[in-house]
Design a protein around this ligand. Structure first.
Ligand code: IMP
Ligand code: MG
Length: 174
């Protein structure tokens, strides 16, 4: 049976919020070069929209990880499917994610990336589901929207690889 998508956050609101967060990041880094790490695939739309609005010099790299797990729960044991192309040594790194759920994936990813000697690592996410957090140590530096515990799609997020291209955030109604 086909599922329905209910609009949760309209496109204008998403774009407005991304601009605000980008301004904040630009202020915080005060013109220092910023190395964005896009977590594929979900982070790709947000990364592009964010990067376009940053005033600091930006470089981009991409990483794809898959979390071993059963059903809908991620296990926190992450396999690197596609690693970064460039070293992180001495760089100010900003990880850009679509959504933080349990935080297991990010907790693991941050540990791996810290070992590569960046000058700093911060985390920026489009969406956060704080109620779902298991890994309380995952500190999110920049969040566009905190949302309730509902399954969302659009702006890079998928359900079964569908709906990533929706220009808004929607809730899947089964
Ligand atoms: P975590 O390790 O539990 O934080 O898993 C986070 C990952 O689960 C995200 O990067 C998404 O790929 C996926 N995810 C969590 N919640 C949603 C959702 O509501 N819609 C789509 N994907 C989600
Ligand atoms: Mg993701």
């Amino acid at each position: 049976m086909a599922e329905k998508i209910r609009v949760l956050i309209p496109e204008e609101d998403v774009n407005k919020k991304i601009s605000e967060v980008a301004d904040q990041i630009s202020r915080d880094y005060e013109g220092r070069p910023l190395h964005l790490i896009c977590v594929l695939k979900g982070g790709v739309f947000f990364t592009c929209e964010l990067a376009k609005r940053l005033t600091a010099p930006v470089s981009l790299d991409f990483m794809s990880v898959s979390s071993y797990g059963s059903g809908t729960e991620s296990s926190g044991v992450v396999r690197i499917v596609k690693d970064l192309d460039e070293p992180l040594e001495g760089r100010d790194v900003l990880i850009v994610e679509d959504i933080i759920d349990s935080g297991r994936t990010l907790a693991y990813l941050i540990e791996i990336l810290k070992q590569r000697g960046p000058a700093s690592i911060r985390l920026c996410t489009l969406l956060d589901k704080p109620e779902r957090r298991v890994k309380k140590q995952v500190k999110v530096d920049y969040t566009c929207f905190s949302i309730p515990d509902e399954f969302v799609v659009g702006y890079g997020l998928d359900y079964d690889q569908k709906y990533r291209n929706l220009p808004y955030i929607g809730v899947v109604e089964f």
